[in-house]
Design a binder for this molecule. Structure first.
Ligand code: FES
Ligand SMILES: [Fe+2]
Length: 366
């Protein structure tokens, strides 16, 4: 078979309706050329959630972030303005900020001591007298577009991309009644998985299909047959009524009338039960490796609730362990010569179909 890039890209038919659709071809999960296009067209071209506003609440607070190999820094200036920059020194490209987070009055590069203001402007370049045609004003940190929705901070590496608000479309109105910005951050957990990042997103978007089989404890609180799936332009909303359960730890920490599982293209999920939210951010670390960051927030983070909140995180951790095992199994299967592509459940997998079509559209933009 001719595995030229145009032929690999042509393996997916994004025009097929769900009843006729196939999954993304296996090659798209294991081909370095696809990962390189994703670097440009997916992670370099869409609004990506990189953190939370509470991480940069006060002037001088910053955090660094690796976006598919792009070193970034998000910082709140002395003027209270939130900014993002490439965390790349204009001298010889070292990372200017090396800590994952902190508070600073200025940003000093550890290599040769160039110093930048929190607004990115170059303030000091030691021993640079006599350098011809050196324009200090043209050597600021390179800015990155940053925008906020609820308590989530997003960046977009494409200067020309539409605004975050237009990218979100109807999702902003759909999330607003759930008041997630009133929740308080409690803990972050990170998981490294031996699978392509898209395998994890696929698993999330199968409309609960895997829940009764893989997550028996979680399934005990969900009304599986009444699970709903609704797609928007760049998002998919899954929701399930909650039912009584015999499993104590799950029943006590997953309460309320409904569970909401919201996904925003390409890699951000927001999961909400009564009084608790966890967000999942899926980041490629290579073809066969991804990082998933879980941020847990609760309505009540007082010391009296510490044990309850910790148990709630532990319930999520057990579910995640089940997902890790299956995602890694899928990645091994995608490498097999036996597998080319699969079909999609019309009842369950419409969210996955949306993801695949959005991804195909981005990849073909090249
Ligand atoms: S690389 Fe930053 S000062 Fe030289
Ligand atoms: Fe799962």
């Amino acid at each position: 078979m001719d595995l030229s890039l145009p032929n690999v890209l042509a393996l997916y038919d994004e025009g097929a309706p769900l009843e006729e659709a196939y999954t993304l071809p296996a090659a798209w999960y294991v081909d370095e050329r696809i990962a390189r296009i994703e670097h440009e067209q997916v992670f370099g071209n869409n609004w990506i959630a990189v953190g939370r506003t509470d991480q940069v609440a006060a002037p001088g607070q910053f955090f660094t972030f690796d976006l598919d190999g792009e070193p970034l820094i998000v910082v709140r200036g002395a003027d209270n303005e939130l900014r993002a920059f490439y965390n790349v020194c204009r001298h010889h490209a070292a990372a200017v900020a090396t800590a994952p987070c902190g508070v600073a009055q200025h940003l000093r590069c550890p290599y040769h001591g160039w110093t930048y203001g929190l607004d990115g402007s170059l303030k000091g370049a030691p021993e640079f007298a006599g350098v011809c045609n050196f324009d200090r004003g043209a050597n600021s940190l390179v800015p990155v577009r940053v925008s906020i929705w609820e308590n989530f901070i997003f960046v977009n590496l494409n200067e020309e991309a539409p605004t975050l608000q237009s990218f979100l479309g109807g999702l902003a109105q759909r999330l607003a009644p759930l008041s997630v910005s009133s929740l308080r951050f409690f803990a972050r957990k990170s998981y490294t998985l031996a699978c392509n990042w898209k395998v994890y997103v696929d698993n999330y978007l199968d409309g609960g299909y895997h829940v009764p089989h893989l997550h028996k404890a979680l399934n005990s609180v969900l009304g599986y047959t009444e699970y709903t799936i609704e797609n928007g332009t760049h998002y998919s909303l899954q929701s399930s009524p909650m039912v009584a359960s015999q499993d104590d730890s799950v029943a006590q920490t997953r309460t309320g009338d409904r569970a909401y599982y919201y996904w925003l293209y390409p890699n951000f999920m927001i999961n909400i039960y009564e009084g608790v939210m966890d967000t999942n951010l899926v980041l490629p670390l290579g073809l066969d490796k991804c990082l998933v960051l879980f941020d847990f927030s609760f309505a009540d983070t007082s010391p009296e609730r510490e044990q309850y909140n910790t148990e709630s995180v532990a319930v999520s951790d057990r579910v995640q362990a089940e997902d890790v095992g299956i995602c890694e199994s899928v990645q091994r299967g995608l490498h097999s010569r036996a597998y080319v592509a699969g079909r999609l459940s019309v009842r369950r997998e419409t969210g996955e179909h949306l993801f695949h079509r959005l991804l195909a559209r981005d990849l073909r933009r090249t």
